[in-house]
Ligand binder design. Structure first.
Ligand code: GLP
Length: 236
């Protein structure tokens, strides 16, 4: 594991954007695994800046996002599809048809999950997976559990996750109770993993996840077993 501690969120975002754009430079038709949440916002802004400067070309890149709320379609401004379109895809020259976010409104969610795992396989595998981390150690929406769930699945969100994500909604009651998330199999099969975390409130979970025992009670701890993991943490 490459654990990098930085002083500012700006530094974190600059480094993460450099790693992602470096991946695209090395393999122009790579598959990027992308994440939502507030942590990657700075990274996406830096990527957009690099694109504006002509430093990176996303025309051959495809992407596979981690998760989506059940019941929110892509036009809903709280959906992760909307988040990705707004904060990244509309700012770079990625082909929208090559971007993938689970469909949280699929009539048959079990089928949607199966199709998502097939998509990951058929893509040839994710070259670089970007991750944030929840306060309870969740990655994607893989919540603390008695075991690590391998496949893409529908998950009941933890009360603490609903509370943490309520800041993006009009009220806590509006936060969907369920989500579709890529499972640990999809995440761990990525060739490289880059996790970014910032803020004092993430310090404890970052320590538990990367320096504590590997347990499904701390979902991100499984990443200690990944052969190519980079964590960038900024306490400030
Ligand atoms: C959400 C997302 C995660 C994200 C986490 C942390 O629940 N599903 O992918 O990592 O929140 O979000 P933030 O970066 O806003 O702290």
């Amino acid at each position: 594991m490459n654990f990098i501690k930085v002083e500012t969120y700006d530094e974190l975002s600059t480094k993460a954007a450099a790693i992602i754009c470096g991946q695209v430079a090395m393999k122009p038709d790579c598959v990027l695994g992308l994440a939502t949440g507030s942590s990657p916002l700075g990274t996406y802004a830096k990527i957009a800046e690099k694109y504006e400067k002509g430093e990176v070309d996303f025309s051959k890149v495809s992407s596979i996002n981690l998760d989506e709320y059940v019941g929110l379609d892509g036009n809903n401004d709280q959906s992760y599809r909307y988040f990705m379109n707004t904060n990244l895809f509309s700012k770079i020259n990625i082909d929208l048809a090559k971007t993938n976010v689970p469909n949280g409104c699929a009539a048959d969610l079990a089928k949607e999950c199966e199709a998502y795992d097939n998509l990951i396989k058929q893509s040839g595998g994710i070259d670089l997976q970007l991750l944030g981390i929840g306060l309870d150690g969740h990655i994607g929406f893989n919540e603390p559990d008695a075991y690590f769930e391998k496949a893409t699945h529908v998950v009941e969100l933890d009360p603490s996750t609903i509370e943490a994500n309520a800041r993006f909604f009009a009220s806590e009651a509006d936060v969907p109770r369920k989500a579709v998330t890529m499972g640990m199999g999809g995440i761990m099969s990525a060739k490289k993993v880059l996790l970014i975390a910032n803020g004092k409130n993430k310090k404890e979970i970052v320590e538990k996840s990367f320096f504590g025992p590997i347990t499904p009670e701390v979902p991100a701890s499984i990443l200690q077993l990944h052969p190519d993991l980079t964590v960038i943490y900024c306490e400030n």
